[in-house]
Design a protein around this ligand. Structure first.
Ligand code: SAH
Length: 266
């Protein structure tokens, strides 16, 4: 097979490093390419949660488990191993969306690593969530993480103000942690300065993780009633001024019109 042939060639030339977005949760959400490189890896590294989700693909590879907060250490290890082996670093969702791609490349750059590095995309949480909620995005949108571990809170507030003022559909990541309980409430307060209380809001917990998946469709004016429901496994989508809720016979669905109704009759 072309893939395994090219991988053994990579090995002969010293190894290869893949940084792989594994999507929101289940193995079905992997791209075929991601599945292939995981199956053919010598080493698979990642956060324990993500490795557990990929368990059915792990057999012959050496698995190196790491934990949240150990990202720099994990990136260093991956870069080191890639000098002589096929290494896969898995990252939840997409590796470019608050994922491992950046730190792995920074470490590789710092070490002037002379090894092929390939970044493979994955389905990011707000887009997995968007599909569950219906069509809340479809037009311009902004994605903001409420985690102030690596980004100062003033910067996050500025971005919330600007995105809400420009009426972007807004996707929120990292809404809460044990240490940062009030960030979500503060973000909603800021967004409500610009957007109407009737604007639809979708909350999706554990998107595409089987039985654990859960969702709530509400509005900006009422979302704080669900504050306790929101946790670190929740992605949030806040509509724009044209978004609406279709109370379909099956469930509440969020639609943000792209604008076809202005040009066509349907
Ligand atoms: N790289 C990841 C995001 C990492 S930041 C991606 O592209 O999806 C971690 C945050 O992502 C969580 O706090 C949560 O807000 C969101 N998240 C990740 N997976 C999720 C899922 N399956 N369902 C809902 N939110 C999720």
């Amino acid at each position: 097979m072309a893939e395994s042939q090219s991988q053994s060639q990579d090995k002969a030339s010293g190894g290869k490093l893949y940084v792989v977005g594994i999507g929101p949760g289940s193995v079905e959400q992997l791209t075929l390419k991601a599945r292939d490189v995981i199956l053919n890896a010598d080493y698979v590294l990642g956060n324990s949660t993500y490795l557990d989700q990929m368990e059915s693909l792990l057999g012959t590879q050496e698995v190196i488990r790491s934990f949240m907060g150990k990202e720099v250490e994990r990136a260093r290890k991956a870069v080191e191993l890639a000098k002589n082996a096929n290494v896969v670093m898995v990252s939840g969702g997409d590796t470019n969306v608050y994922g491992m791609a950046g730190i792995v490349l920074e470490v590789a750059e710092h070490e002037s690593l002379d090894v092929d590095i390939e970044i493979l995309p994955g389905v990011t949480a707000v887009l997995a969530g968007a599909s569950i909620l219906g069509a809340p995005v479809v037009t311009d949108f902004a994605v903001i993480s409420l985690s102030d571990l690596l980004t100062p809170w003033e910067v996050i507030e500025k971005r919330l103000n600007m995105a809400a003022d420009a009426d972007f559909v807004i996707g929120l990541y990292n809404p809460k942690s044990r240490k940062r309980k009030s960030n979500f409430a503060r973000a909603i307060e800021i967004i409500r300065k610009y957007k109407a209380d009737s604007v639809p809001v979708g909350l999706v917990k554990n998107a595409m993780r089987g039985e654990e998946e859960d969702q709530i469709v509400t509005t900006l004016g009422e979302v704080m009633e669900y504050e306790d429901w929101v946790d670190m496994s929740t992605a949030i989508l806040i509509g724009n001024g044209e978004s609406r809720i279709w109370k379909s016979p099956k469930k509440d669905i969020i639609i943000t019109p792209r604008g076809y109704h202005k040009k066509y009759d349907y």
